[in-house]
Design a binder for this molecule. Sequence first.
Ligand SMILES: Cc1cc2nc3c(=O)[nH]c(=O)nc-3n(C[C@H](O)[C@H](O)[C@H](O)COP(=O)(O)O)c2cc1C
Length: 215
Amino acid sequence: MQNVIELASIRKEYRLQSLLEKDVNANPINQFKKWWQDAMHSQIDEPNAMTLATCTRDGKPSARIVLLKAIKQNGFVFFTNYNSKKGKQIHDNPFVCLVFFWKELERQVRIEGTIKKISKKESDEYFSKRPVESRIGAWSSPQSKVIKNRNVLEKEVLFFTKKFQSQHIPRPDNWGGYILQPNLVEFWQGRPGRLHDRLQYTIKNKLWHIERLAP
Ligand SMILES: Cc1cc2nc3c(=O)[nH]c(=O)nc-3n(C[C@H](O)[C@H](O)[C@H](O)COP(=O)(O)O)c2cc1C
């Protein structure tokens, strides 16, 4: 019971900033870019780390961290293994959600929408800019599969390092980017007394609407 009491007493007051209708951009991507600039210029380690939630066809959820690699006017881009658990869930169910938590700014952003693969050309471009070890890693790791031990992985790394020695390392077909195109974006700013600001953007007939949600 001691643990429960200790945990229950963790409590923080949020006092840094407010989020008012008059201050936000009419487009959520532009508003995200504003907050992104703040995150970049704060002391946050890996501000581009975000939780990605996916679901099976029959609605069983799964979540993990991935890194945001581009903010485009039509969505948010990250890279992964298309045959991974997330890749399979995305294939079966394109409705996904992203969450950022920028603790130092007392901010959270929730982004919901549908997801699709980016073009092979765009994935190639990004893959070619990754460090050699990461490119070899993409070939060597059957992401999300059960492997017998770490040796299996190290052997694969040796194999592909030799195979591509001083050669161009192409992108594996099963590795590339996705873009999440949002239909809902919620910006959350912590406020004192748990009376947080929450502004939610939803799209109707290609127009974004902003509504305030109760905290
Ligand atoms: C900080 C951080 C960043 C990560 N970035 C990525 C990423 O960009 N792409 C990726 O595939 N996995 C990334 N991972 C690993 C994933 O969280 C996850 O373990 C992996 O993608 C397999 O997930 P899945 O089995 O649900 O498909 C990251 C993990 C952490 C902790």
